[in-house]
Ligand binder design. Structure first.
Ligand SMILES: [Zn+2]
Length: 285
């Protein structure tokens, strides 16, 4: 009885291809990235959200810090099918590895290096995949729609409404991920209109590099720009990637990126209600 019921249990749906299939574990970070680096024995994920709650106000959602045992390299999701994991995702990791190694290098002959358009697209695709898996590893609700995830798998390129920047990072953060989830109304609507837009802001910092991935689940939220002296836009493709930029970003730059909201003020709202509970810390095993 128990046995037959278990046999009938349907497979979960794969996060990327959407098919019911046997699942495998997908680590949020490739393991080689952590080689030779002393990692904290815990991983910390900070999740922040905010949305329009009045004509003139935005309100902060609970500001949650989750601490989990095990280094960041153990973060994984169990909803990627074996076909995806051993197929396109494995090939993407293989293609991205030498590019990431070059991006993270301490120095370059003649002080600089250039990534071709194709290289930049591979880096952007890898960054988008990693940010989405990272969001899923710490949040029940994710920003990219099933169609967007399928697009990434089928086209091996980020979908519409995804932007990716890279920067040189100098600071104490290593293997940090800031995950910001934003809910807002369509910019053409009143604040209480029902066309909601969801935005993921994920900043990942590792080996002296910070990557920012912004994914919107549709058109209608304002864009923002970052100083090109610090951040290089690599998706949508802006040209070859001249690396490194003249200036590095700091821990503070990285930490405030996922939590900034000024660019969401449409029109400008004067009030920002902070969550009265402050930062909630949750310890998980
Ligand atoms: Zn799959």
């Amino acid at each position: 009885m128990t046995k037959s019921r278990r046999a009938q249990k349907p497979h979960k749906l794969c996060f990327f291809c959407g098919l019911p299939a046997p699942m495998s574990d997908e680590h949020a970070w490739p393991q080689w990235l952590g080689q030779g680096i002393e990692l904290e024995p815990t991983q910390t994920t900070r999740t922040i959200g905010y949305g329009r709650t009045a004509e003139d106000a935005m309100t902060e959602a609970p500001n949650v810090v989750v601490r989990k045992k095990g280094s960041v390299l153990t973060a994984r999701i169990r909803e990627v099918c074996k076909n995806c994991n051993n197929g396109w995702m494995s090939r993407l990791e293989t293609a991205a590895r030498p590019l990431l190694e070059r991006l993270c290098a301490q120095s370059y002959v003649f002080g600089r290096t250039t990534f071709s358009l194709e290289n930049a697209a591979t880096l952007a695709t890898w960054s988008t995949k990693t940010a989405w898996v990272r969001e899923r590893a710490s949040n029940q609700i994710v920003t990219p729609t099933p169609q967007m995830r399928l697009h990434l798998k089928e086209q091996l390129l980020p979908p519409d409404f995804t932007r990716v920047w890279v920067a040189r990072h100098q600071g104490r953060i290593n293997f940090g991920a800031q995950v910001g989830q934003v809910e807002t109304t369509h910019q053409d609507d009143r604040w209480d209109g029902d066309r909601l837009r969801h935005i993921l802001m994920c900043v990942m910092t590792f080996r002296g590099v910070s990557v920012l991935v912004r994914t919107d689940d549709g058109w209608g939220a304002p864009q923002f720009s970052l100083p090109p002296s610090h951040w290089r836009l690599i998706w949508p493709l802006a040209g070859t990637l001249e690396w490194p930029p003249p200036e590095s970003v700091t821990d503070n730059d990285v930490q405030t990126l996922a939590t900034r909201y000024n660019w969401l003020r449409h029109p400008d709202v004067p009030i920002f209600h902070r969550d009265p509970n402050g930062i909630q810390t949750i310890e998980r095993n």
